[in-house]
Design a protein. Structure first.
Length: 106
């Protein structure tokens, strides 16, 4: 069954949006994601620029500067809401896991 677009986020989507809490360029995102995840998550440049286009179309981010080929982006309110919803979903999964495996209060 196909995942509805942006109903849930992949790790690459999540961390791309998280990076855009502050204005940055695409190349900055490529550097920041592995840094913030201690190397656990990497994003390829093709994937990143596809995501940025999709996020722009969905109005989850906006362009802030264009300098030649370099473009900078920042999160919109819609993007912040998506991140908050995704965090709540992940937290609910953790609560379920802890309840099922009797890990409450550990």
């Amino acid at each position: 069954m196909a995942r509805l677009k942006f109903k849930t986020l992949t790790e690459q989507m999540f961390y791309t949006l998280l990076c855009l809490k502050e204005e940055c360029y695409g190349m900055d995102i490529l550097d920041r994601v592995p840094e913030m995840t201690l190397g656990r998550v990497n994003i390829g440049s093709g994937t990143l620029y596809t995501l940025l286009e999709q996020f722009l179309e969905a109005e989850m981010i906006k362009e802030t500067k264009i300098e030649g080929r370099r473009r900078s982006y920042i999160l919109t309110e819609k993007g912040k809401d998506m991140l908050e919803n995704e965090c709540a979903r992940i937290q609910a999964q953790l609560v379920d896991y802890n309840r099922i495996f009797n890990k409450e209060g550990e």
